[in-house]
Design a protein around this ligand. Structure first.
Ligand code: DGJ
Length: 750
């Protein structure tokens, strides 16, 4: 049999060349283990427990990854097998910015159609800069430092001599949070036009070994479902082509060792700070390395760059923990709370709210709404939210097929506009307090119904592709937010209402995906436009608490969190489904960012009947707790419980919005799901503990806590006192009664 090997290599059977050309020159031991360390063209980004190391290959100018994992102090050169067969050296190394077309057959991070039409690139190291802090990302949401020492940055400048295209790879490290952030900027320094067909924000090759990958998948009303599967040879990935991050997949990936659990073992987490279509690719190549890549979805890119023009990718955060999946989650939560969310409400306790949607849907008028607000105040609710159905005159929004785009109060329902209603509602005093009721309002600003004055006036503002039919979802079309005039219209419409009435909260909904577009790149241009709108409105109305929503959690992503500190987690308010959705969502997102409401039973989505206490305890795990029901539909017994539930909510909410989360028992593994929230200083905690199915003639297992100081003593529910060691190594035991029973237990350092 004849071997078909590249002629320039020849057949070197069984030969492994040690210390090959591509191995790293041994780096001197780093002088520092914090932040960015540069030694010639060897680079290290070090956190308290993480190192991310790479170097410039002297011969090829390529950037080669040395290590992404636990903290190390130097690089041990990698012994690369001498190239044999069809895979060239370039396909056998761990690359930071892989391209396609020069012998690396794995999935590329960049693909550019050059002026002449070919898609080969040859980026080589040109120079680098170390920057204090972290520069902003133009037009895109991004993590930020608050104080000196929070973050430092390394920019590596790459250049393709043949095409005159420059690529800047910007790496930042948040040392205390073991987080590495990367974005890429491509600049056309040539004379012709080029097209960016593919651009990943982050790309890393993990060493030879076996990994599992974890993602969050779902659909409407079942978001945030955790899926874990083995990474196999070849490509496996997921993404969104919906124009938004979507219910279907979340821009989050975790790679873990096969034996990693919730609380033990190596785990890597990756999160793209972006709200639009994205792609996650994981590939185990022929050499056994695992490539992980997150970025813009190539199906929604094709971005033209004229001479002198640039495209900046969104940024991607990567974290590493030896404390299992929970360790990675806690790093992300702290990072997002303190270095991503810009709202002043990010770590503030949230008002207990009542939202009109599931209680009244579209069936109301001014007096019915006022009555609902009055009842809310009598129960002790602090924020009343008027959901869909309040606007549109020529095309009244009294059902869901009309009015979107016409952001004026409906005169039949509100003859004198919203002002008098808002004044009346905000004059009410919430029971058991001296607080006045706050008023919140629903919008869906990016959408338009064909039945609307807006659409009749500006049909071209709706996204479309020439003469192709404009396909409807929920009777609506998407406005082309890439257009400055559409951005200005949205800003003006909301400003008009927020500037003239005392509205303290906005629920920003978004109820369909993007279908027809003029061109692929419109999807990303839309996002840039949307971020401009968000930034303008949040700067103009800093005292308004914005909540994101997209038919529930269809747009629960880190990009949104930059502007909106909370998101409506799911339209499914069934407490059993919610355990899975909320535990899953918490893999990446801090509990503070989750909206969770108590609704009536039988549940409107699943038909399930679950006792009020269990429903409330599940919802209390979200940072924005509330009710979504008409109190008139509650039994007297349930109604009587509500003031106590609100009191508990207000007591524990400061820990929920600022604390660290320990998922003690997972719903997929245990009949007794449990979660512990601990304040960042560890002095206070709240334990949620659930029994799903009833058990009989069998003890409930002890529940071991985590995250406590073994030497400290803790009071449990104000009575018994135990050491942290006892609580973590032996645990607590409780009795449950029947199905859907639950406990909320307060823990305090004695
Ligand atoms: C979808 C949201 O998820 C619901 O909470 C509600 O606001 C409706 N839209 C209103 O149309």
């Amino acid at each position: 049999m004849t071997s078909r090997l590249p002629s320039n290599k020849g057949l070197v059977s069984g030969l492994i060349a040690l210390a090959s050309l591509l191995a790293t020159p041994t780096a001197a031991q780093d002088a520092s283990t914090g932040g960015v360390v540069v030694n010639g063209t060897n680079f290290a980004l070090n956190g308290d427990h993480v190192s991310y190391r790479f170097h410039v290959d002297e011969e090829t100018g390529d950037l080669i990854n040395d290590h992404f994992g636990g903290l190390v102090t130097e690089t041990v050169p990698m012994l690369t097998p001498k190239s044999q067969g069809w895979v060239e050296d370039i396909g056998r190394v761990k690359r930071e910015f892989p391209d396609l077309g020069r012998g690396d057959f794995r999935v590329p991070a960049v693909r550019i159609q050059q002026t002449a039409g070919y898609t080969v690139s040859d980026f080589r190291y040109r120079s680098h800069d170390v920057v204090k802090g972290k520069p902003a990302l133009p037009g895109l949401p991004a993590t930020f430092g608050r104080e000196d020492g929070d973050v430092s940055t390394l920019v590596v400048h790459m250049y393709d001599n043949y095409s005159s295209v420059a690529a800047d790879l910007t790496y930042s490290v948040f040392p205390k949070l073991d987080a590495i952030v990367r974005s890429v900027n491509i600049t056309n320094e040539g004379k012709g036009n080029i097209t960016i067909e593919r651009l990943a924000s982050f790309s890393v090759d993990l060493p030879y070994g076996d990994y599992d990958m974890i993602e969050l998948k779902g659909d409407w009303a079942r978001e945030g479902m955790k899926v874990r599967r083995k990474v196999d040879y070849g490509t496996q990935g997921f993404g969104s082509t919906t124009g938004y991050s979507s219910h279907l997949h979340n821009p989050f990936l975790s790679l873990v060792a096969p034996d990693t659990t919730e609380s033990r073992g190596e785990a890597w987490g990756f999160s793209l700070i972006y709200t639009g279509s994205f792609a996650v690719d994981v590939e185990k190549g022929s050499q056994g390395f695992t490539r992980a890549m997150l970025g813009l979805n190539p199906y929604h890119l094709s971005w033209n760059l004229g001479p002198g023009e640039s495209l900046t990718s969104p940024e991607c955060v990567a974290t590493y923990s030896e404390k299992g999946i929970g360790g990675v989650s806690r790093l992300f939560h702290r990072l997002f709370r303190n270095h991503l969310m810009k709202s002043k409400f990010a770590v503030e306790p949230r008002p207990v709210l009542l939202n009109s949607w599931e209680g009244l849907f579209f069936d109301y008028n001014e007096s019915r709404i006022y009555n609902l607000a009055q009842e809310s105040a009598e129960l002790g609710v602090k924020l009343f939210v008027l959901d869909d159905g309040w606007f549109g005159n020529e095309y009244p929004r009294v059902i869901d097929n009309a009015g979107l785009g016409d952001w004026q109060a409906n005169k039949d329902r509100f003859p004198n506009g919203l002002g008098p209603l808002v004044d009346q509602v905000t004059a009410l005093t919430a029971a058991n307090s001296s607080d006045k009721l706050q008023f919140g309002l629903w919008f869906e600003p990016e959408m338009v119904n064909p039945n609307s004055t807006l659409y009749k006036t500006h049909p071209d503002w709706a996204l479309h592709a020439g003469d192709y039919p404009r396909t409807l979802t929920r009777s609506e079309l998407v406005l082309n937010v890439a257009l400055p005039e559409v951005q200005d219209f949205i800003i003006a419409s909301l400003s008009d209402i927020l500037g003239n009435a005392s509205v303290s909260y906005v629920k920003w909904d978004n109820n369909r995906a993007i279908h027809e577009m003029p061109r692929d790149g419109t999807a990303h241009a839309y996002m840039l436009g949307l971020y401009r709108v968000f930034e303008t409105l949040m700067t103009r109305f800093p005292d308004v608490l914005f909540e994101g929503c997209a038919s529930g959690g269809g747009r629960f992503d880190p990009g949104i969190l930059q502007y909106f500190p909370q998101v409506w987690t799911s339209d499914d308010t069934d407490a059993l489904q919610r355990i899975y959705t909320q535990f899953g969502t918490s893999l990446l997102y801090p509990p503070s960012s989750m909206g969770a409401h108590v609704s009536v039973v039988p549940n409107q989505q699943t038909g399930r009947t679950i006792p009020l206490q269990f429903r409330a305890h599940i919802a209390l795990m979200g940072g924005s707790f509330g009710f979504e029901l008409d109190p008139a539909e509650l039994s007297d017994a349930d109604r009587a419980q509500i003031p106590g539930i609100i009191k508990l909510a207000e007591e524990i909410n400061p820990i929920i919005v600022k604390g660290d989360l320990w998922r003690l028992n997972l719903p997929e593994d245990s009949n007794w799901p449990a979660a512990l929230y601990l304040s960042e200083d560890g002095s206070k905690g709240v334990l949620f503990y659930f029994q799903v199915r009833s058990t009989y003639n069998q003890p409930t297992p002890y529940l071991r806590l985590q995250g406590l100081d073994p030497a400290a003593r803790y009071t449990v529910n104000g009575t018994d006192t135990y050491s942290g060691a006892t609580l973590m190594r032996m645990g607590l035991q409780y009795r449950f009664q029947g199905e859907y029973d639950s406990k909320v237990v307060l823990i305090e350092k004695a």
